[in-house]
Design a protein around this ligand. Structure first.
Ligand code: IVH
Length: 671
């Protein structure tokens, strides 16, 4: 028998821990320090270990998982878990209202509640005497799977309801959506990629996969979250409308979505839809539409359900960011550093208003990991930097006529044999004279991340090379206004502008010049560190590998690459020519850090690191980080699903940087 005072102590600990977990996970407003919380938790674990009889179903210790299950038991839902009908436009929504009014035989204005449609997994939670006793998946709507231990690991699901006994019904069955936020989803896929495991296509699949783990300890490691949105039986709750239900559920300790809106009539509903669409990508989790419900429970009951869905609610879906199409062919592009990138040529398909017909396949490993073939029907999505990506093939749609994607052995441009160094994912053309590399290097040199010569964007450089006016970097500074004017599409004004820009570019800070050369492993930050250390180009050119390695932040690869680059006679020759053309290299300004003066704004999800880590890194390099868009922003870093801000940044001509480019700036990639 456990002594009375120990029982009392355990009860108090449980209540305190549950309360603080609620403050932390549901309200996002903790009132004690993490260490204090950990101390309480440890104390409870000690007591429960000493007296296992103390463990109750609502003990927070249950949140860590417990023993694996042999299989999932079935749970029959007392009330079926219905689905929702979808509408895709304001017109279809108006038809929904007409049907509702016809059914009610009334044209009275209707009050609706509009809620974000969470893109997760529907679950049912059964509380008896205020304690969570069963949690289940939706299953086929009638019978689901018992995943109680898994659901107990979801921190925002209360194990015990708050409030005094009088206000809590003997039995309460609530429904909600379990989901994985964007950061959690990206981190999970990052881990899976590292472990060589297949990736989840979207947060919904990831949430479902996490909940259906027989070992709840695995579920416990996934940062799942839950919003509730319904009671299985509206007669069992002391509320007369959906809007009241939300207030009541929140009072019991459940998390409810903060973007729920009471709407008087359809115009309010439309406005809220527009609002959600606007903020959609800024939310920490994915939503795929808005659920519109008739607010009044009496009306809901009069309307009733069809076999599949309620007549009093409808899901107004957002336009899709994903689509399916087929891979018609694969093209191999050669980049500045010789990296050969496979690009899928797709049957054109419209995704969120943009026609997509190309998507990068990254490299050979990615193709193999995703098992992609020519002729495959594939799921594609538009990622952050607007470069579409192939998520996965739809295996079920294979006909057997699909062809493997064969990586070439030789460079598709110069024919030189390709090389894939052991342990690297990238296949390269190592011919230093490969015309494709040369063109890309010239584009890079003149472009935004290089010398930033106005008027010499990608198209212009291609044209200059085509016309034979530029073959190597020094040629830029030999251009004459008359030569430019003669080219198709050029005139007096545009030629003059380029001459002015070139004149300006002749005075270049050492760091910018080093960065513009596009030396492998030498991104903007690395270039700035080197410039700050050596101060003159002469000193950089004569530096040994050890000299370079003595600089903090310069690694083995960058050092070797630099020495290699500057020991090449053709490099020295090129630099001599540049100096002869009047290029003046300016020493770095005292006290300046690599990213001093730069203003970063991050949106969307980064795959290689969390957003906070990214912010920390650039701050340490001297940059400022802001969250509001303004013309001060010098680097708009767009991760996956960057949201409406991206469009605004593009409209204002603020330089947009994708994840790859960002990694290159801070010196975290090979290219
Ligand atoms: S109400 C009978 N509200 O959408 C009412 N469902 O397409 C049905 N969902 O199975 C549920 N957010 O998984 C409701 N705020 C919300 C929702 C929501 C997401 C999901 C739920 C349902 C599916 C139907």
């Amino acid at each position: 028998m456990v002594p009375e005072e120990i029982q009392e102590q355990a009860r108090e600990l449980r209540d305190r821990i549950n309360y603080h977990a609620y403050r932390y996970y549901v309200l996002d407003d903790p009132v004690i320090a993490d260490v204090e919380y950990d101390r309480l938790f440890r104390r409870l674990l000690e007591l429960e270990e000493q007296y296992p009889e103390l463990v109750t179903p609502d003990s927070p210790s249950r949140r860590v998982g417990g023993a694996p299950l042999a299989g999932f038991e079935e749970v029959r839902h007392v009330h079926p878990m219905l689905s929702l009908d979808n509408v895709f436009s304001a017109d279809e929504l108006a038809e929904f209202e007409e049907k509702v009014q016809r059914y009610l035989k009334s044209t009275e204005p209707i009050t609706y509640i509009a809620e974000p449609k969470m893109d997760g997994l529907a679950v049912e939670l059964v509380y008896e005497q205020g304690v969570l006793v069963t949690g289940a998946t939706r299953g086929d709507g009638l019978v689901g799977e018992n995943i109680t231990p898994q659901l107990k690991t979801v921190q925002s699901i209360p194990l015990k309801l708050q409030g005094d006994g009088g206000s809590i019904p003997e039995q309460l069955v609530v429904r909600g959506e379990v989901f994985l936020g964007r950061e959690g989803f990206a981190a999970l896929n990052r881990q899976r990629a590292e472990a060589g495991e297949p990736l989840f296509a979207n947060p919904r699949n990831a949430a479902a996969g996490s909940l259906r783990q027989l070992d709840p300890k695995v579920t416990a490691r996934r940062p799942l979250d839950c919003f509730v949105y319904a009671a299985a039986d509206s007669d069992s709750v002391p509320c007369t409308r959906q809007s009241e239900l939300f207030t009541w559920l929140a009072g019991l300790g459940f998390a409810v979505n903060p973007y729920i809106k009471l709407c008087q009539g359809l115009s309010d509903v439309r406005a809220h839809y527009a609002y959600l669409l606007e903020i959609r990508d800024d939310l920490a989790y994915e939503i795929d539409g808005m659920v519109v419900k008739v607010d009044d429970f009496v009306l809901q009951q009069r309307l009733g359900n069809t076999a599949r869905a309620p007549r009093w609610a409808v899901a107004w879906k957002f336009p899709a960011v994903q689509a399916t199409t087929t891979i018609e062919a694969v093209e191999f592009q050669v980049g500045r550093t010789g990296a050969v990138t496979p690009v899928a040529l797709l049957k054109p398909v419209n995704v969120e208003g943009v026609v997509v017909q190309r998507a990068t396949l990254h490299n050979q490993d990615e193709i193999e990991r995703k098992d992609l073939r020519i002729g495959d029907t594939v799921l594609i999505q538009r990622a952050g930097d607007v470069i579409p990506e192939v998520v996965k093939p739809i295996i079920e749609q294979r006909t057997g006529s699909e062809q493997p994607i064969l990586f070439p052995d030789t460079c598709p441009v110069c024919g030189h044999p390709l090389l894939r160094p052991a342990g690297e994912a990238v296949t390269r053309c190592v011919n230093p004279h490969c015309p494709a590399q040369r063109l890309q290097s010239l584009i890079y040199f003149a472009g935004k991340s290089g010398m930033d010569i106005e008027g010499l964007g990608k198209k212009s450089v291609e044209q200059l090379v085509q016309e034979g006016l530029v073959a190597d970097i020094p040629d830029f500074f030999r251009l004459r206004k008359d030569d430019l004017i003669e080219m198709a599409g050029w005139g007096e004004k545009s030629a003059e502008n380029v001459m002015v820009a070139l004149e300006k570019a002749r005075q270049v800070p050492l760091a910018r010049f080093l960065g513009a050369l596009g030396i492998r492993y030498v991104g903007e930050v690395t270039a700035a560190l080197i410039a700050r250390h050596f101060e003159t180009l002469e000193a950089v050119m004569t530096a040994t590998k050890d000299d370079l390695l003595s600089i903090e932040g310069i690694g083995e690869q960058a050092a070797a690459s630099l020495v290699d680059y500057f020991s090449d006679p053709s490099t020295r020759d090129m630099i001599e020519q540049l100096l002869a053309e009047g290029l003046t290299i300016l020493p770095p300004v005292e006290g300046e850090q690599p990213l001093t003066g730069r203003v970063f704004l991050f949106t969307g999800t980064l795959h290689s690191m969390g957003r906070n880590e990214a912010k920390q890194i650039v701050k340490e390099l001297g940059a400022q980080v802001v969250s509001g868009l303004s013309n001060r922003v010098t680097d708009f870093v767009a991760g996956e699903k960057p949201g409406s801000k991206l469009k605004k940044a593009q409209e204002r001509n603020i330089p947009v940087v994708g994840e790859e480019e960002f990694l290159a700036i801070i010196g975290r990639t090979g290219d």
